[in-house]
Design a binder for this molecule. Structure first.
Ligand SMILES: C[S@@+](CC[C@H](N)C(=O)[O-])C[C@H]1O[C@@H](n2cnc3c(N)ncnc32)[C@H](O)[C@@H]1O
Length: 246
């Protein structure tokens, strides 16, 4: 299924409202992961990027990319949505970096040219992973790393559509996850733990870590309501995969 046109339309339509609502949180400080803005300094997922060639896959308004560019990485920000890229262009700081319009499913780059490909609820949440993971692996140099944060299957399986919140009751089939309708044909993607392992290994990647970011009690979720409010302190809301290309 080709969700590229519908996802592009969705993000062009919501970009302005999305940045208005979320940029104050996700752009507040450098290197904040996920729905709970947990600092990378606590999770140690990315490490030192100085001098590295970095691709952010689905960079949105570039909150991550501009931080890594300021640290001395050679960053490229890729996104499907021109509205999101325009927001990244406006927010770019003194450390300039190129922005490229493209899809995680069909990366417009030569093989082996990046030391790090990463995203935080970006291209690996919004493109079919069986297409996007091999593309990410292709553009990585040997020894390069693919690091990405996505919603956990726990979070998706406990999401109550009618109530609009995550609960303590299983609402969706775990084995039926995969493609999640986001309206008007737009789609996000979710795999089971086993399928993530299969897709990563099939792309020739080695799994180094699976970090389960755990916010402290009382840490607000900037995106979704949960019941109880400290849901993610008790169950894993996100999966932060750390892999490399041998
Ligand atoms: C939730 S944002 C992630 C950016 C940033 N980390 C954030 O949290 O705002 C999702 C981004 O993925 C982009 N996107 C959606 N589908 C994509 C695709 N197939 N390839 C690349 N980017 C895509 C959207 O345009 C959007 O900017």
């Amino acid at each position: 299924m080709d969700s590229i046109p519908a996802n592009r339309r969705l993000w062009n339509r919501i970009s302005s409202a999305y940045q208005h609502e979320h940029d104050p949180q996700i752009g507040a400080r450098p290197r904040l992961w996920g729905m709970y803005s947990i600092p990378d300094a606590h999770l140690h997922a990315l490490g030192d990027v100085t001098g590295k060639r970095v691709l952010e896959l689905g960079c949105g308004a570039g909150q991550w990319s501009r931080a890594l560019a300021a640290e001395g990485a050679t960053v490229v920000g890729l996104d499907l949505s021109e509205a999101q890229l325009a927001a990244a262009g406006r927010a770019m700081g003194a450390a300039r970096y190129p922005l490229v319009q493209g899809a995680a499913e069909q990366l417009p780059f030569a093989a082996g040219i990046f030391d790090l490909v990463f995203c935080d609820f970006g291209g690996l949440s919004w493109a079919p992973p069986h297409l996007a993971v091999p593309q990410a692996a292709r553009v990585l140099a040997r020894g390069g790393r693919l690091v990405f944060n996505v919603a956990s299957p726990w979070f998706e399986a406990c999401y109550d559509e009618a109530a609009g919140r995550v609960t303590t009751t299983l609402q969706q089939d775990y084995f039926g996850l995969h493609a999640i309708a986001e309206g008007d044909g737009a789609t996000s993607y979710q795999l089971t733990y086993g399928d993530w392992v299969k897709v990563l290994r099939a792309a020739g990647l080695v799994i180094d870590d699976l970090i389960e970011p755990r916010p402290g009690p009382g840490t607000p979720n900037g995106y979704n309501e949960t019941d109880p409010p400290d849901w993610a302190h008790r169950w894993p809301a996100e999966l932060l995969w750390v892999t490399h290309k041998p």
